[in-house]
Design a protein around this ligand. Structure first.
Ligand code: MRU
Length: 352
């Protein structure tokens, strides 16, 4: 599969996820503002991919600076702010920006300058770009590691229910929940996927179904309301999703509809796993109550693929994510291993 995002000749190439599956086209972002817009309107989406895009956006912000020396620090603060004000729930965005800001502080200290001259700024921008590239390398490495850790939990010939898209499209490569699926397949376990379509933006139908179908991984698309019936029929062996933020107690934020699946899974004695890199863990959030949940435009619900499906005036509530309490989670799968069951103490030990 072609990469979700990559650097090419001074610009960030982003596979336009709003155009899939009808058109496979790339957007070229040459400014941090364009990257911020792409994150906001979901041309790039999925927690790790948002983080990587922001890291490249930060490097683009450094590259584009043309002002006088003293304005440099203010400019870079604005770059970080513009990128951070895009989507509030996926903590990977803030994690990535913090890492880039730390790199910038280290460069200031290394060169011992506060108002870098143009040639020094060029060296800073190159070093920031190298940091973003390194994050992309680590992202794929971690996804493969968590894939292997998760594959050990997947029985032979398992029917796996997933929600939204936690695949290669949502990361730099390989995917988290779908990374586990890929690893299980590579281990000869023959997994089959049921993908919830994932209203309102249809990431399951448009992205997960496309991504798996392209690799000949057996996938069956269902509407979100069908999950309970499939579980009742014994068609689902486990539920496997990604996460946008994991609180210190193990609660997770993920795409709206995830919580319902977790409750249903417990009611049918089906294991429910969330797969995410440890960069998704936010120890500042004590529980899911501390995680900000993005609310998006009501037209995402009133309209479908450009067609008006509800009165334009009708009131809509459109939270983009929900919180799944840890008591419904059988296990968390990370690049450092799986926690089953998850607990605050085990999570803290894992990431420190
Ligand atoms: O609104 P989106 O498409 O960015 O939401 C994505 C999800 O909820 C994913 O499940 C999550 O980011 C994990 S991606 C590896």
């Amino acid at each position: 599969m072609r990469k979700t995002l990559f650097w090419e000749n001074g610009g960030l190439m982003l596979l336009d996820q709003t155009a899939l599956p009808s058109r496979e086209v790339y957007i070229r972002a040459e400014s941090c503002e364009r990257v911020a817009a792409a994150i906001k309107n979901m041309e790039v989406r999925g927690a790790p991919a948002i983080g990587l895009a922001a890291a490249y956006g930060f490097a683009l912000g450094a590259l584009s600076f043309v002002g006088a020396g003293p304005e440099w620090r203010e400019h870079m603060k604005t770059v970080a702010r513009v990128l951070s004000e895009t989507r509030p729930t996926a903590v990977n965005l803030f994690w990535a920006l913090r890492r880039m800001e730390n790199k910038l502080h280290a460069l200031h200290a290394e060169y011992d300058v506060t108002e870098p001259a143009p040639e020094v700024r060029a060296a800073f921008a190159a070093a920031l770009l190298a940091e973003a590239e390194q994050m992309a390398v680590e992202d794929e490495r971690d996804n493969r590691l968590l894939g292997a850790a998760g594959a050990a939990l997947v029985p032979e010939n398992a029917a796996i229910l997933t929600h939204c898209n936690a695949g290669a499209l949502a990361t730099g490569a390989y995917g988290t929940a779908l990374g586990v699926v890929r690893a299980a397949r590579e281990a000869g376990k023959n997994p089959r996927i049921y993908a919830c379509e994932t209203r309102p933006c249809l990431q399951g139908a448009r992205l997960t179904a496309w991504e798996l179908w392209r690799e000949n991984i057996p996938v069956t698309l269902i509407t979100d309301g069908m999950a309970a019936y499939l579980m009742r029929q014994g068609k689902i062996d486990l539920v496997l999703v990604g996460a946008d933020r994991i609180a210190a107690n193990g609660d997770i934020a993920n795409k709206i509809g995830t919580y319902a699946l977790a409750v249903l899974a417990q009611a049918h004695s089906i294991p429910f796993y969330a797969a995410a890199p440890t960069s998704t863990v936010d120890l500042r959030a004590g529980s899911g109550d501390d995680i900000p949940v993005e609310e998006r435009d009501g037209d995402e619900v009133r309209r479908l693929a450009g067609v008006q499906i509800a009165p334009p005036e009708v009131s809509v509530y459109n939270p983009s994510f929900d919180i799944t309490p840890v008591k419904y989670i059988t296990g968390l799968i990370t690049e450092k291993g799986a926690l089953s069951p998850p607990s605050a103490a085990a999570l803290l030990k894992l990431i420190s």
